[in-house]
Design a protein around this ligand. Sequence first.
Ligand code: AMP
Ligand code: MN
Ligand code: MN
Ligand code: MN
Length: 289
Amino acid sequence: MTSQPIQVVADLHTHTTCSDGVLSPIELITKAEQRGLQALAITDHDNLDAHRHLRDVGYNGPLRLISGVEISCYDFGREIHVLAYNVDVDNANLQQYEAFYRNDRARRAEEMVANLHQARAPISYQEVIDEAAGAPIGRPHVASVLVRRGFVQSIQAAFDVYLDVGKPGYAAKTPFPVAQAVEMIHAAGGTLSIAHPGRYFTDPAMFLPLVKTGVDGIEVYHPSHWHVTREFYRVMCQQHGLLVTGGSDFHGSRDYDEANFGTFGLTAAGFEEFASTIASRHASVPKHD
Ligand code: AMP
Ligand code: MN
Ligand code: MN
Ligand code: MN
């Protein structure tokens, strides 16, 4: 982990109970206000439910909210997450993608439950559904059930023993290419940034094809990036004319979440550039009625 002696005003990567976070959208907003943030993007996995909910309840507090979603892509031989910002939450194509992932995650959870039975950790699919409480099902929900049922002592152990890629309980999502996410999000007026790139490729030659998919930015500031990693991606942004984004990836379920929230994100100057870029991208999309 690295710390930044600078004033972060915007967190552009967070999760709520609408995916695998523990705070509701309103609870997270309250927390962000208390931390003195000026802007927040909720970026749940594969859905925009938090944003439709907030629109319906009519939040009008001081925080600038930016619509967002963390898209689970599979490309270049591995899972790759792409953050999308400032999208139209009623966009029909996006809603189709959300429904696709909700179904695909349910299918995959059933597969993981079957795998876990084989691995002598017989939890039921219904327990996993209950744990997700209406959110699209993710591995953390499965992990929580494994802990509660006493098959492992911690969420981390559930991943280490059963749920990480290559472990006996793991099942993959249906592949979704990055280029498809780029096309979908640009058509919805949004802007894309590669989430936590340090998790994927340390070799620049491997990273360039990902940059060339047409994404608009890179998440430079993320708790998983060390100084050198961060500087590498910052230079990549300069060289390729890409937007710098950043966030804490707050879930509220890990012991380090608390310290990271309000620490990782963009400064006032960085956020100004981000805000003007997402606005001009949005304005450049032709409107249809
Ligand atoms: P999924 O999208 O269902 O594959 O679940 C991925 C999510 O699981 C990530 O967004 C993290 O929140 C969480 N996760 C992934 N790896 C681990 C791990 N080793 N320990 C704890 N949580 C993890
Ligand atoms: Mn997550
Ligand atoms: Mn991610
Ligand atoms: Mn995330």
